[in-house]
Design a protein around this ligand. Structure first.
Ligand SMILES: NC(=O)c1ccc[n+]([C@@H]2O[C@H](COP(=O)([O-])OP(=O)(O)OC[C@H]3O[C@@H](n4cnc5c(N)ncnc54)[C@H](OP(=O)(O)O)[C@@H]3O)[C@@H](O)[C@H]2O)c1
Length: 306
């Protein structure tokens, strides 16, 4: 199978590439360099450049496209709404139209498409995003649906280890706990985080299945940011002495933040025939994968991915 991955050197894209590259031809596109140990074919450039984008897709001839590239910084999207709507929305539609007709398109999107005032939202709930990021990603969902019926839209919220050039929230939290830095974690902000390796395993199983549509692929437990930090510390044997409770209501953030981003993954769980991973199981995998080469993180799960 030929697989095209946009944002192939980002947190999610690199894990998707590493999961598939042992058995499939993987062609990636990013403006950063590849950081796995097993090489992939990589096109470097800006997806907004039509020549570079079309050359990538023409060479890849994808049977599966996993579109991970995005303007994903919530505050940056507030400052640059035109760029956010173009990259996350319009460009996603262009890419989905430029792949071969029979190509399956996976569009990765966010829990931020909901208003964030009700727990455990399902796929039948009506979106109502409060941020430019959320609105631009919803725009991307619609563009993908309009471009092709052969789509799998995955709404998620994940954590993991990256190449290190951009510190992920999971990495920031782990390092703060490890060094004993004083940090404040919100106890009135809820989400359903999933470890990126678990996400990739489930996302690829959905992509390989017959069903098209929109799926919530998240962790099996709704936790506050504070609770997540406490559970990570417990799993890693680290102290929470320097972890303070805070309130998102009191934080000075540029974009309005929803309070409850939690999603129900019941639809995907039923289709996959297994429940979403519990918080503790994702965290123990996250801790075990620290410093482990990217490809080796998939050794235990590669059989279920193909
Ligand atoms: N992280 C989360 O918890 C989360 C939650 C919900 C949804 N998502 C979605 O999941 C997807 C992957 O997220 P991620 O955390 O893996 O993001 P990431 O680490 O920032 O990876 C995205 C990669 O795509 C690149 N990219 C962006 N625009 C590009 C362009 N125009 N041309 C070429 N490369 C481009 C980025 O480069 P630059 O960094 O230089 O832009 C980055 O290397 C995104 O669609 C995001 O919206 C993420």
């Amino acid at each position: 199978m030929n697989v095209a991955i946009t944002g192939a050197c980002g947190l999610l894209g690199a894990h998707v590439a590493a999961a598939l590259s042992a058995r499939h031809r993987v062609v990636g596109f990013d403006r950063h360099s590849w950081w796995g140990s097993r090489p992939i074919e990589l096109h470097e450039g800006d997806l907004a450049d039509p020549h570079a984008r079309r050359a990538f897709l023409a060479e890849a001839k994808p049977d599966l496209l996993v579109h991970c590239a995005a303007l994903a910084n919530v505050d940056e999207c507030e400052k640059r709404p035109g760029d956010a709507y173009f990259v996350n929305g319009t460009l996603s539609g262009l890419i989905a139209r430029e792949v071969p007709r029979e190509c399956r398109v996976v569009y990765v999107t966010t829990d931020g498409i909901f208003r964030g005032d009700t727990p455990m939202r399902s796929e039948t709930d009506v979106p109502c995003p409060r941020t430019v990021y959320g609105r631009s990603k919803l725009h991307g969902e619609w563009e993908t649906q309009l471009a092709t019926g052969n789509h799998v839209i995955v709404r998620t919220n994940f954590y993991g280890w990256s190449a290190g050039n951009k510190v992920t929230s999971g990495e920031w939290l782990y390092r703060a706990l490890e060094t004993g830095e004083s940090i404040t974690l919100f106890d009135d902000f809820w989400f359903t985080p999933i470890y990126v390796v678990d996400l990739v395993e489930r996302l690829l199983a959905l992509a390989a299945g017959a069903q098209t549509g929109t799926f919530h692929v998240v962790g099996g437990e709704r936790v506050s940011k504070h609770e997540f930090g406490v559970r990570l510390a417990a799993a890693a044997g680290l102290s929470t002495r320097h972890v303070n409770r805070g309130s998102i209501a009191a934080a000075a953030l540029l974009a309005p933040r929803p309070r409850d981003m939690s999603l129900s993954s019941a639809k995907a769980d039923a289709l996959l025939g297994r429940p979403a991973p519990a918080c503790a199981s994702g965290l123990s995998r996250f801790i075990a994968d620290r410093g482990r080469p990217l490809e080796e993180r998939f050794e235990a799960v590669s059989a279920s991915i193909d």
